[in-house]
Design a protein around this ligand. Sequence first.
Ligand code: PLP
Length: 396
Amino acid sequence: MSSVSRRIASISPSATLAVDAKAKALKASGVDVISFGAGEPDFPTPDAVVEAAIQACKDPVNYRYSSTSGLVEFRQAIVDKTRRDCGLGYDPSQVLVTNGAKQAIANTFATLLDPGDEVLVSSPYWTTYPESIALAGGVSVFIPTDETTNFQCSIEQLEKARTDRTKALLFVSPSNPTGSVYSKDSMEQIGKWALDNGIWVITDEIYGHLVYGQAKQHSIVSLVPGLEDQSVIINGVSKTYAMTGWRIGWMIGPKQVIQAATNLQSHETSNVANVSQRAAIAALGMDLESIEKIRNIFDQRRIKIYSMLSNIEGVSCVEPQGAFYIFPSMKNFLGKQIKGKVANTTSELCEIILNEIAVAVTPGEAFGTPGYIRFSYALGDEELVEGINRLTTLLA
Ligand code: PLP
């Protein structure tokens, strides 16, 4: 008899974390690895946030269990932030604080899906979504997109994929892994389509502050009156405030859904660490200027990496408009000799890149889209330039 249940045995390990772990292990063994694998900012958590955590550690009020749904002050801060950034008016009872946005996603699928319920997911997708949907008994229905539509799906595609079992649409803008940002009009159309068809919208807005150039961030929920009754907003502090290790996220939605998700979480993990919640209150209290500084740094790197990758013959690139990823097509290099080796898949190509030039990147296979590679540009400027220079030489 197998020791691991079929349900859990079917989960693949996170490919993005695996690339990062391999890069870190190589680095630890003395190899000069440049990693474009990490899905986390390279900045330290802001001082004010760390200071709030230090103070919280000294206050015995934080040593005990607290409410599963989150500290009331923190939920109020989340409500205030959501009003400021999206113009949406929620009550703190509509917020559940989670261990990172990842748990908010898992909670949401577990709360909304019955076995066999279908969720529309456009691909390339962030690697966790399909696993989380499957664990909740749901079925992912993938909507393929590519660079010709800037990795965005259309109403026609959504309509074609819709069945009697379609329960929800997973919507993410800005996107990981493509950096694509939907326009206000497209968001409005998609939100209206979902509302008209009684389809839940799960909107992952974790990269909401990181949009560049002409792109503007909107919450799909704010653009379609009534959609708030059939949508769940996923967000957190991990990316904007360089707080990936603090494990703070949240979900916002109709009271009934949040209450049910809170019941679930009460048996799984209870409250999120109080010290982290207090730190996150300080993060949300920071003015938008501090976020602007981080956004500007990412923007400069985005411009740099886009121009450097576009200059490599055979690499075909869409300019990303959000998050901190770029997702070029590498199809031209498949089946060709690179340093005496031939890669037939982008997974193999990434192996060659890591082994030959010590540059870590994540293959499109991790995001359901072979033929592409994801570069995270959340690394220092000099490393970024050195890494792409190494790649340019390798692929010449
Ligand atoms: N949503 C997206 C699109 C992400 O890229 C990530 C992390 O990479 C998350 C959610 C998870 O964020 P957290 O670290 O807060 O769990």
